[in-house]
Write a protein that binds this ligand. Structure first.
Ligand SMILES: Cc1cc2nc3c(=O)[nH]c(=O)nc-3n(C[C@H](O)[C@H](O)[C@H](O)COP(=O)(O)OP(=O)(O)OC[C@H]3O[C@@H](n4cnc5c(N)ncnc54)[C@H](O)[C@@H]3O)c2cc1C
Length: 421
């Protein structure tokens, strides 16, 4: 590419979709600026292990600046982008008058939790999207065990040690399994007045199956595994209210102060500023090349975009969906720069996996479905391999290896969370 004609690409969000696009475009000679409101990229699939004291945040996060230190034509800026001017082709960070101009804009700003029209539930039912969310959940959980140990009242002890996870998709299933292991194995001899094995772990699901996007035998297996680990699985159970006291299902109140929300997502609020074509989850309804309907120099990729691909497959809101979309959009800009037409995206399903606990997982890869130890081993290998940075891979592998034999979860720190009970 002629240096004087370098096209300027702005990417908002250094998640899976944004990072791959930035790397490909930088390698092709584009002038790339990547914005993120955090200074680190997060490997979200392992957040639940931070929330359940297996891993520390630094093991699954990596400085964005370091990711691009060898890319001379990538500028990394820590800023929360809150304005997009499509006429002037500029973006603006929050509380700033600085404007950044682009030839192409890629919005890869991900998603947040959605509470089905009940934003007031968020105060008690915490979701898991960032390392901060994971640390809050971890500290509340560990602090609850301390309160269960201290109290003289059985009803309070029961409340402190009841965990309700709303939503039995992969995150809910993984959280429930990990809390079961924590209470049944790791903590079993740590308290004198309270038996962690008596903790109730309740997984609430509105549909008739756990992991309802998986094939039925895999869902059945996951449910059996969870129950064998001591998790109570409530299917076809609709949450009607969530308050300080706990979760109400129908007319029944389950008293708990440990409620985890894994039930719904909504696209990042930036999408509403990017396009008026949004679905009910707030995702941009994009064209087959991921550009928005009003402007083909603006693209939305990853969790914030909605596309049925050229084969009629819905591009899923998972890491592969974001990686393939980010990579595809970069390819289209490279093609366009060579005066070639844009193509239509087709998603390649590389399979899905969810882990339930030690040696327990389910996997669907191509025509194959399997569960148990080999699914768990495959899950572990894939997740270690996808971590950014060799050091993180090594540290995570070491912690998992040690925990496999000892059930140890080393990161049981309460640093900041305090609550009057
Ligand atoms: C707990 C959990 C477990 C998961 N497990 C799996 C799994 O096992 N397998 C799997 O395939 N997928 C899993 N996923 C889904 C997967 O992580 C997402 O699909 C993927 O991260 C989406 O990538 P993305 O690039 O669209 O967005 P993200 O990775 O969410 O990145 C978005 C980035 O945009 C930044 N951003 C947002 N708004 C702004 C703004 N206004 N200005 C600047 N920056 C902004 C954010 O800080 C963030 O860094 C999981 C997700 C979660 C939350």
């Amino acid at each position: 590419m002629n240096k004087n004609k370098k096209k300027k690409v702005i990417i908002i969000g250094a998640g899976f979709g944004g990072c791959i696009a930035a790397k490909k475009l930088a390698n092709a000679g584009f002038d790339v600026t990547i914005f993120d409101k955090r200074n680190h990229h997060i490997f979200q699939p392992l957040l639940y292990q931070v929330a359940t004291a297996m891993l520390s945040p630094a093991q699954i996060a990596y400085p964005i600046r370091s990711m691009f230190k060898n890319y001379k034509n990538v500028r990394v800026i820590l800023a929360n982008i809150t304005e997009i001017d499509k006429e002037k082709k500029t973006v603006k960070p929050k509380r700033s008058n600085q404007q950044f101009s682009y030839d192409y804009l890629i919005v890869a700003s991900g998603a947040r939790h959605s509470y089905f029209g009940h934003p007031e539930w968020e105060k008690y039912a915490w979701g898991l999207k960032t390392t901060r969310d994971a640390l809050k959940i971890r500290e509340r959980m560990l602090y609850s065990f301390e309160k269960a140990e201290r109290t003289r009242f059985e009803d309070k002890q029961a409340r402190f040690s009841t965990f309700v996870i709303v939503g039995a998709g992969p995150t809910g299933v993984e959280m429930a399994g990990a809390i079961a292991e924590l209470t049944r194995k790791t903590l079993r001899n740590d308290f004198s007045n309270f038996d962690p094995k008596s903790a109730r772990i309740i997984l609430v699901e509105g549909s008739g199956r756990v992991l309802n996007r998986y094939h039925e035998p895999m869902s059945e297996q996951a449910k059996k595994d969870l129950e064998a680990m001591g998790v109570e699985v409530m299917l076809n159970a609709m949450v009607s209210n969530i308050t300080k006291e706990g979760v109400t299902i129908g007319d029944t109140l389950i008293e708990s102060e440990n409620i985890i929300w894994a039930a719904g997502n909504t696209a990042s609020p930036l999408i509403k500023l990017t396009t008026s074509e949004v679905n009910r989850m707030g995702q941009a309804i994009v064209s087959p090349d991921f550009s928005i309907k009003e402007d083909d120099s603006i693209f939305c990729v990853g969790d914030c975009a909605y596309l049925e691909d050229s084969n009629g497959t819905l591009v899923p809101a998972v890491a592969q969906g974001a990686i393939q979309a980010g990579s595809f959009v970069a390819d289209q800009l490279i093609r366009e720069n060579k005066n070639l037409d844009r193509q239509k995206f087709a998603y390649k399903n590389k399979g899905s996996m969810a882990t339930i606990g030690k040696s327990r997982a389910v996997a669907q890869v191509g025509k194959f479905q399997f569960s148990g130890f080999f699914a768990w081993l495959l899950w572990s290998i894939v997740h270690v391999m996808f971590l950014v940075d060799f050091r993180n891979r090594l540290l995570v592998f070491f912690d998992w290896f040690a925990s496999y034999f000892t059930h140890m979860r080393a990161v049981r720190l309460i640093n900041t969370y305090r609550e009057r009970d």
